[in-house]
Design a binder for this molecule. Structure first.
Ligand code: SF4
Ligand code: SF4
Ligand code: FES
Length: 246
C-alpha cells in the first residue's frame, strides 16, 4: 500500500506564560499507526513542518512510557476527544485528512502536550484514600475492586466531565473510582468514615451522573457502576453512622 499524506496540527506552547499556537505538519507514511508514533515521526522529520515560521523547529514535548495503553502518560486531546495517543490510530481518528492534537485542558500546562496531573494524586491524599490495615476482600465486590485498581490516573474522565474545573474540590470520576477501591476494602472503621466524608464532599454532592466519564475512559472502566458501588459504601446510612459517633 502506498504511503498516505495526513495533515497534523499540534497545539504548541513553550511554557505556561507563553501564548499557544497551532503548528502544522504533513505526515507521510502508513496510516494505521498511533498518534504517538506520528509525534515521534515529526520530531525525527522537522522538515515535515508546513506552517511558516521564523524560528527553527523545536521538538514537540509529550509524555509516554508503555506505548500499550497501560500507563496513562500519553493522555491528550485528539480531534476534540480526550484519549491515549498510543491507542488512537491515525486512520481511525483523522477527519478529512486532518488530525489535531492538543494537551488536556483541565490541568496546568507544562509545555506543548505535557500537563501537570499532580492534582489527581493530591485529591487522593486529601481524601485519605489509602488503607490503614489489610485489605478487606468482599466476594460481592471483588470484580469492582479489581476494576477500580485498573484506573490509569490519565485524567481523560476529568477532561470530559462537564462539572470538573481546575482547582475544584470536586475530584471527578478518577477520584470516585480511587475512593471506591479503598473505602470498600478499609478494615479500620474510623478511617473508613474519613473516606466516606471525603467522598460525600468531593464527589457525591457535585456529580450529575451524566456518564461522560465512562464514555471517555480509555481503560474502558465502567465508571458509573463503580460510582454506584462507591455511593453504596459511602452514602447509604452515612449520616446515621456519623451521628452515632458524635
Ligand atoms: S458522571 Fe458526569 S459529572 Fe459525574 S464524574 Fe462522570 S462526567 Fe463528571
Ligand atoms: S477513570 Fe478512566 S479516564 Fe478516569 S483517570 Fe481512570 S482510567 Fe483515566
Ligand atoms: S504511553 Fe502508556 S498509555 Fe500511552
Amino acid at each position: 500500500m502506498p504511503d498516505a499524506r495526513v495533515r497534523i496540527a499540534v497545539r504548541r506552547q513553550r511554557d505556561p506564560e507563553s501564548p499557544s499556537s497551532l503548528e502544522a505538519f504533513e505526515y507521510v507514511g502508513p496510516t494505521h499507526v498511533s498518534v504517538l508514533h506520528v509525534l515521534e515521526w515529526i520530531n525525527d522529520h522537522p522538515g515535515s513542518r508546513t506552517s511558516t515560521a521564523d524560528a527553527p523547529f523545536e521538538a514537540i514535548a509529550y509524555e509516554c512510557s508503555c506505548e500499550q495503553g497501560l500507563c496513562g502518560a500519553c493522555a491528550m486531546v485528539v480531534n476534540d476527544t480526550p484519549t491515549l495517543a498510543c491507542q488512537a490510530f491515525v486512520d481511525e481518528v483523522a477527519r478529512d485528512g486532518l488530525v489535531e492534537v492538543g494537551p488536556l485542558t483541565k490541568f496546568p500546562l507544562v509545555r506543548d502536550l505535557v500537563v501537570d496531573r499532580s492534582a489527581l494524586e493530591e485529591a487522593m491524599i486529601e481524601s485519605h484514600a489509602w488503607l490503614e490495615g489489610d485489605a478487606k476482600v468482599t466476594p460481592r465486590l471483588a470484580v469492582h475492586q479489581y476494576q477500580a485498581g485498573l484506573c490509569l490516573a490519565c485524567g481523560c474522565c476529568l477532561e470530559a466531565c462537564p462539572n470538573y474545573a481546575p482547582g475544584d474540590l470536586f475530584c471527578g470520576a478518577a477520584g470516585a473510582v480511587g475512593l471506591m477501591g479503598t473505602v470498600t476494602k478499609e478494615p479500620d472503621d474510623a478511617h473508613r468514615e474519613d473516606m466516606r466524608r471525603a467522598y460525600q464532599e468531593r464527589f457525591f454532592s457535585v456529580c450529575s451522573k451524566n456518564g461522560a466519564c465512562e464514555r471517555a475512559c480509555p481503560a474502558g472502566l465502567p465508571t458509573m457502576t463503580l460510582v454506584s458501588q462507591a455511593n453504596r459504601a459511602s452514602v447509604w446510612g452515612f449520616w446515621q453512622r456519623i451521628g452515632r459517633r458524635r
